[in-house]
Ligand binder design. Sequence first.
Ligand SMILES: Nc1ncnc2c1ncn2[C@@H]1O[C@H](COP(=O)(O)OP(=O)(O)OP(=O)(O)O)[C@@H](O)[C@H]1O
Length: 310
Amino acid sequence: MSAQPASADQPDTAAPQPAAAPNTTPFIEFRGVSKTYPARRRAGTVHALQGIDLQIAPGEVFGVVGESGSGKSTLLRLVNRLETPTQGSVLVDGTDLATLSAAATRARRRRIGMVFQQFNLLANQTVYANAAMPLRLAKRGSEVSGRRRETAPQALSAPSRRDAERARVMELLDFVRMSSHADKHPSQLSGGERQRVAIARALVTKPDVLLCDEPTSALDGHHTEEVMGILSRVRTELGTTILLVSHELDVIKGICDRAAVLEGGRLTALVDVAPPDAREAFDSYAERAQRFLGPHTPAAEAPAAPEGEG
Ligand SMILES: Nc1ncnc2c1ncn2[C@@H]1O[C@H](COP(=O)(O)OP(=O)(O)OP(=O)(O)O)[C@@H](O)[C@H]1O
């Protein structure tokens, strides 16, 4: 797999293929979004994304595929404002993220969960404490801003807050079938179990959006299916909108409604993957896509790509 930059120095002026609008009001919307970064090891800029127009419906499971360096993670990180667009706007639930104050941005971020390829659990904390972390951080944040405003009263007493936390965390650990492991540490878990804890952590604040960056790429086939099953239930049982970056076409085909293909930072195809008859179309796309996606190798076992390959 090559790690080509999305597009170095020369913005591609070709019009991106317009994304078909969903029938409902979009929940996440990219309007003419471009993102450039200063190049890391040389002068100039990298055009990570160019002219992205995309609408994602509420409750949709939306896939993003493309070769390494095509801009997938950048697209995801724009949604929780870990990145800001160089041009254009990103809207979530009808609000342009650029218009939010710092406090409103933090509140919006609390409603966006994120799941990573390498789980990002705290090794010295239990499963329970890892899953509870976003609630504890949110509480600490509200205490700090409460102190700043000199408003002492809390809605719940400390024991009630602890009970509420425990109920919520155990509900989520039940949801991912990890409640019997609540007192274990991450080192005592398999990769699939760690990712299930990471999903519980991402959902504990009741987000309306779940961003998943290669959530199954470090897992073997069995654990991949387990995680796919949980993500499907997140959509059907919780109604969460999911944006899923994956190199694995089987994962995209297994759980997504639609998928965007990024090439060199541009959206070059938008594919319906949900209806069975559309899967054939996706398969013919997949043949071309496989050229750059390559056969799946779990990241942990993947050999290093030779320089300049692809
Ligand atoms: N902070 C940054 N500074 C400079 N360049 C960056 C930065 N972040 C990303 N890039 C560059 O932007 C382009 C798109 O990166 P991005 O991580 O979004 O791609 P990707 O498709 O997610 O890649 P991968 O599949 O390898 O994770 C790449 O050329 C990358 O090197």
